[in-house]
Ligand binder design. Structure first.
Ligand SMILES: [Zn+2]
Length: 77
């Protein structure tokens, strides 16, 4: 069963790094603008967004289309 992170966290948009790369960290998530799924920026279990733009495991996320990703900070509700 798919875990809906939006039920647990409130997500606020954050800025990209100055060089245009995406920030990462324990409280940072990537929102796919294609399918609106949210994936941890440091996933320890296999994580994949609905459309496949984001797929991660082992603490790293592979991004097919970086321009279709919004970095967000997650706070527990
Ligand atoms: Zn997606």
């Amino acid at each position: 069963m798919k875990l809906d992170l939006r039920k647990i966290y409130r997500f606020d948009p954050i800025a990209r790094n100055a060089d245009g790369s995406l920030p990462s960290g324990g409280d940072i998530y990537y929102e796919c603008t294609g399918c609106k799924d949210v994936v941890s920026s440091v996933p320890h279990i296999v994580a994949r967004c609905e459309c496949g733009n984001l797929s991660g495991k082992g603490g790293k996320v592979e991004i097919t289309a970086p321009d279709k990703v919004n970095p967000v900070r997650g706070k527990l509700k």
